[in-house]
Design a protein around this ligand. Structure first.
Ligand SMILES: *Cc1c(COP(=O)(O)O)cnc(C)c1O
Length: 340
């Protein structure tokens, strides 16, 4: 019997389900650059309403929604404040410098989680030598933090600080629904705290393509123009937006299953001799530590047994759960972990 490949490399590897493909094929579409794709418009309105924001903009990737958001909220020579693990800083190819001509102030949060106490001293005072601190970017969940998450109770005082200091606040919510499921916070309560929110449909939600930037009507009007300049104006994109709508309707409630799977994997890892430590699992990401220089070798041994995952450093490995991993596949993965 052939065992299926167990792909834990990322929650981006999912393939559309039959129901999602059906929804895509049935989509009513039009030219979205002309503002005539009713399915794209429906997705943008649906997500905006979900987060209590005024408007949304459908983009091909989360990198694009983040970078457009940052460009909307900064001027050249401004400074963006974020954690040193932030996707917008580490994994978007220096886009903040390239697209927005802004500098970045890096903070060192616990598992990527920032606090007002960390942020406040790093906001520049008005001085001819200093860049203007204009934007704080939070990530929820924190990818490099091993899927750690903010509660709204932690976000509210950061918003308050930004508000009194005149800074904008942007959320890289690539995995915001994982955070909502884990914390029990409500999406509808988010809008009041953020000037911009980027939501990925192609991570845990399982759509093939797409992210949405949320903001005020004015922000999204500006963002729409920047998207065109980035070459991100799409035509009959409703086929893709339909996958996003389907994902929001069907794949949010099941995220808890991914989190439970991640916890089960972490328990198995904690029992394994080759594992030195396992980061506390909060959502769908498991990061664990092995002996110095051993990570690559262990990933290779896993691969020989049909379990795919990636190193995150010379002695850390990451597993990510998602909707294409069934309970039976998790059981099989646990066996592989326990008997490596
Ligand atoms: C995946 C991801 C993004 C967006 O990535 P794209 O591949 O461009 O869609 C942004 N932020 C975080 C934290 C991510 O994990």
């Amino acid at each position: 019997m052939n065992n299926p490949i167990l792909d834990f490399r990322s929650d981006t590897v999912t393939k559309p389900t039959p129901g999602m493909l059906e929804a895509m094929m049935m989509a009513k579409v039009g030219d979205d650059v002309f503002g005539e794709d009713e399915t794209v418009i429906a997705l943008e309105r649906k997500l905006a309403a979900t987060f209590n924001m005024e408007a949304g903009l459908f983009c091909p990737s989360g990198t694009m929604t983040n970078q457009i958001g940052i460009k909307c909220f900064t001027q050249p020579m401004d400074e963006v404040i974020c954690d040193q693990t932030a996707h917008v800083y580490r994994y978007e190819i220096g886009g903040i410098a390239y697209h927005s001509a802004a500098s970045v102030r890096l903070l060192y949060g616990e598992r990527g989680i920032l606090t007002p106490e960390l942020i406040e001293p790093e906001i520049n005072e008005d001085n001819i030598h200093y860049p203007n601190s204009s934007l704080v970017v939070l990530e929820n969940t924190v990818n490099k933090g091993g899927g750690s998450c903010y509660t709204l109770a932690q976000i509210a005082p950061i918003h308050h600080l930004c508000n009194i200091k005149g800074l904008k606040l942007h959320l890289d919510g690539a995995r915001i629904f994982n955070a909502l499921v884990a914390t029990g916070d409500k999406a509808i309560d988010y809008g009041q705290y953020f000037d911009g929110i980027s939501v990925c449909l192609s991570k845990g939600l399982g759509a093939p393509v797409g992210s949405v930037l949320l903001g005020s009507k004015e922000t999204i009007k500006k963002a729409r123009k920047i998207r065109k300049a980035f070459g991100g104006g799409m035509r009959q994109a409703g086929f893709l937006a339909a996958a996003g709508i389907y994902a929001l309707d069907h794949h949010v409630v099941r995220l808890k299953e991914d989190h439970d799977h991640a916890k089960a994997l972490a328990e198995a890892l904690a029992k394994s001799k080759y594992v030195k430590s396992v980061m506390r699992v909060e959502t769908n990401i498991v990061v664990f530590e092995v002996g110095t220089g051993q990570a690559q070798k262990i990933v290779h041994h896993f691969k020989e047994k049909g379990l795919l995952c990636n190193t995150t450093s010379a002695n850390t490995i990451r597993l990510v759960t998602h909707l294409n991993l069934t309970p039976a596949m998790i059981d099989r993965a646990i066996e592989i972990i326990l008997h490596l």
